[in-house]
Design a protein. Structure first.
Length: 215
């Protein structure tokens, strides 16, 4: 393996060790990912036989940052089993603590700054689709299966699995949100996707399927 020229995230390196998340390996027991080596260069470009970068082109961020890039970071941290992360788009001290813990676990400089090496090591932080009345497709069908299977817990099922997010699915989502004590709006966004299902670390998004993540 080619030697690193430095450990600081701003230092140029000849070879980067790139963990990658295999989305379809996400199970009720958690997430697993493998590792591979790819040449240093344009890591945002998929090369034949190389690992696809999960968070290409992200800026270096630290405590005080806000916005969508912070949400991406928080989702990625959440998918490492840091389930105490609140996805709010604000890089505060709790997010910094989670970054430092992740960096330590991955043998990176534990400075709380998210630069290229930390982004490359994290799993995909892209969002799951925002689902609401009118949404359709396989992700809705998978959501309906979960809502139907758990209807005994939250009291209302979607009354069918047809891949169409209609009023019955909305009513089931609202019941699920009340059960999980998140904001009740009948839509499935970040706060609802990250609800714990109390089964070996499973969350709504991991059971519905992380293959639906939008890159």
């Amino acid at each position: 393996m080619a030697a690193l020229l430095g450990t600081d995230e701003s230092t140029r390196i000849d070879m980067v060790r790139v963990p990658f998340l295999t989305l379809k390996e996400a199970t009720k027991g958690g997430l697993t990912w493998g590792r591979g080596l790819v040449p240093q260069g344009d890591l945002s470009t998929e090369q034949e036989g190389s690992v696809v970068m999960q968070n290409p082109g992200q800026p270096t961020i630290r405590q005080g940052a806000t916005g969508d890039v912070v949400r991406r970071l928080q989702r990625a941290l959440f998918r490492t089993a840091a389930h105490q992360i609140h996805i709010d788009g604000i890089f505060g001290w709790q997010t910094e603590e989670a970054v430092v813990d992740f960096q330590k676990s991955d043998n990176l400089t534990p400075d709380g700054v998210v630069g290229p090496l930390t982004w490359h090591a994290l799993p995909d932080g892209g969002p799951m689709p925002l689902l609401q009345v009118g949404s359709t497709g396989d992700v809705v069908r998978s959501l309906q299966n979960v809502l139907a299977e758990g209807a005994g817990e939250w009291g209302v099922g979607p009354q069918g699995v047809d891949g169409i997010f209609g009023p019955h699915t909305r009513a089931s989502v609202e019941a699920f949100q009340r059960w999980s004590q998140v904001s009740v709006d009948g839509m499935v966004g970040d706060q609802t996707w990250t609800v714990s299902l109390h089964a070996a670390g499973a969350t709504l998004e991991s059971v519905v399927g992380l293959e639906f993540v939008i890159g």
